[in-house]
Design a protein around this ligand. Structure first.
Ligand SMILES: [Ca+2]
Ligand SMILES: [Ca+2]
Length: 207
């Protein structure tokens, strides 16, 4: 009886050992799988970091190229002004080829590295009038407005108040809300008109 009990005990012990061995093997395999996964995650993280660095580098190059392209475009316009525009003092004046609203004209000149023209003397106003008339254009935008405060006229780029004016009779009259300045007619008289009107314009480049 005692022998039978001992055999039973040993058999049970053996089965438990085998179960334990199988479990140990499974744990070992899981540990291996986990280590492999960790290695793969680490490799992926490294790839993401590398790609991130490459993206940063590409973004930097792109930004630098765009800046360079913008500078070349500005330079090209400046050269165009010196060839086809008119130079007076330290400014070069270039008549636009198309008509735009006053705000569009301000932006277009700015994109060229210039400003919508500012007029501080009769000499400049006469020059602009001549440029306009030579191109058979009746109206051109100038870079002044009283958008900010009604009746207070300032140049858009320099923010300076007018030191010279050439207003036509009874102008500016703010007729139905006119806030933007243009030069027109044989004498290059000034008038205020609605800013949404489309006129050609003159960009002023600093030389
Ligand atoms: Ca006004
Ligand atoms: Ca008016």
């Amino acid at each position: 009886m005692a022998v039978l009990g001992l055999k039973l005990f040993l058999s049970t012990l053996c089965i438990l050992c085998m179960i334990n061995l199988v479990a140990c093997n499974k744990v070992g395999k899981l540990q291996d799988d986990l280590n492999k996964l960790k290695e793969e995650v680490s490799a992926l993280e490294s790839t993401v970091d590398q790609n991130g660095d490459e993206l940063d580098e590409m973004e930097e190059k792109c930004s630098s190229t765009q800046k360079c392209c913008a500078e070349i475009a500005e330079l090209r316009k400046m050269i165009e002004c010196t060839i086809t525009g008119r130079i007076l003092g330290k400014s070069c004046y270039l008549l636009s080829s198309r008509s735009e609203t006053w705000h569009e004209a301000v932006n277009s000149c700015s994109k060229m590295g210039a400003r919508l023209v500012e007029v501080n003397s009769k000499m400049v106003n006469d020059l602009l009038t001549n440029i306009r008339k030579a191109a058979n254009v009746f109206d051109i935008w100038l870079g002044g407005s009283d958008i900010e405060t009604e009746g207070i006229w300032k140049w858009e780029s320099s923010k300076q108040h007018f030191s010279f004016t050439n207003w036509g009779n009874d102008q500016p009259d703010n007729w139905y809300t006119e806030d933007c300045l243009h030069n027109s007619g044989d004498s290059g008289l000034w008038n205020d008109v609605r800013c949404t009107t489309s006129y050609r314009y003159i960009c002023e480049f600093a030389m």
